[in-house]
Ligand binder design. Structure first.
Ligand code: NAD
Length: 300
């Protein structure tokens, strides 16, 4: 029988976990801070940014949104990011992508302090993930997929995972996270041959291609767990995933719906990344304070 993986409910669990941890920090007089930078007036980005800001506030995180004109120049944007890098009350920085044309997104991402890079896209964080070093910050959507698997008690170790899509934002980091958890991982993409046959081998099939309902029911191994990352709006206005839901539900053992699956998890993991970045920053500062106090004592 199909188990529907309710990302909305699971995201609430994560958000509550974060809220409680933020409350514990507040009792020590510490507040995590998140700065979201939005350049231009893309309506979809405005909605995403508003949702992130609201979710952060609900968790007790001090959120601020920097709204910058579409005409903002690269050097100005980098200067604003540098200010946020230097600001001790800001622990997480997120620049909403895509940026207006004329701005170099890769350079902007590199300008963010890796310790504050809550989107996990800075080369230092990408390298940490590739090296299997768990101290880096991980992109929110793939981290959310793994959280769904964990909360659903779908084991990764020893499982055959097929990830459809090789983007820097979803496919590659998701594959690396699964590998880190001892899964046997295959990454497929637009040039992969015989996708249906490959998908049929997966215990866990993750689709992140941005192609509405590409994955058919016949591609899915009976009983497999299917994580649908895709969000595609059809001409009719309906939102669908990369998996043909009505076919998949007849074959899969468990399946994330769209909407209400991976989507809500992305914001929840952003809050978790902000909390982690803040906790590290607080620990570093109290470590530094202890060292100074110790040095003073030794001098006395
Ligand atoms: P992308 O366009 O950057 O990458 C798509 C990948 O899919 C590419 O690697 C490409 O090789 C592969 N691909 C394209 N067509 C294919 C085909 N026919 N067969 C096999 N592989 C194919 O997209 P992305 O940023 O990785 O996003 C993927 C999907 O996930 C999109 O629908 C996006 O809206 C969605 N998304 C959802 C969330 C969320 O919070 N749920 C977050 C990010 C992205």
């Amino acid at each position: 029988m199909l188990r529907l993986l309710d990302g909305k409910a699971m995201a609430l669990t994560v958000r509550e976990r974060v809220r409680q941890a933020v409350q514990a920090l507040a009792r020590q007089g510490r507040t995590p801070g998140l700065a979201v930078v939005l350049v231009g007036d893309d309506p979809a980005s405005q909605v995403y940014v508003r949702n992130k800001d609201r979710a952060a506030r609900e968790a007790g995180i001090e959120a601020r949104t920097l709204l910058l004109a579409a005409s903002t120049r690269q050097v100005e944007l980098e200067a604003r990011i540098n200010e946020l890098n230097q600001d001790p009350s800001v622990h997480g920085i997120l620049v909403q992508l895509p940026l207006p044309s004329g701005l170099d997104a890769a350079r902007i991402v590199r300008a963010i302090d890796p310790a504050k890079d809550v989107d996990g896209l800075h080369p230092e964080n990408v390298a940490a993930l590739a090296m299997g070093d768990s101290t880096g910050l991980v992109p929110c959507t793939p981290a959310g997929c793994v959280e769904i698997l964990d909360q659903s008690q779908v084991p990764l170790a020893g499982s055959r995972v097929v990830v459809l899509g090789r983007s820097a934002l979803v496919g590659k980091p998701l594959a690396l996270l699964c590998l880190q958890r001892d899964a046997t991982v295959t990454i497929a993409h637009s040039k992969t041959l015989d996708l249906p046959q490959l998908c049929a081998q997966a215990d866990i099939l993750c689709a992140a291609v941005g192609r509405p309902e590409l994955v058919r029911g016949s591609w899915i191994r009976p009983g497999a767990c299917v994580i649908d990352v895709g969000i595609n709006r059809l001409a009719s206005g309906k939102l669908v995933g990369d998996v043909a839901f009505d076919e998949a539900r007849l074959v899969a053992g468990s399946l994330t719906p769209v909407p209400g699956g991976v989507g809500p998890m992305t914001i929840a993991m952003l809050l978790e990344n902000t909390l982690r970045a803040a906790q590290r920053s607080f620990a570093k500062r109290s470590g530094a304070t202890t060292q100074v106090a110790r040095a003073r004592q030794e001098r006395c």
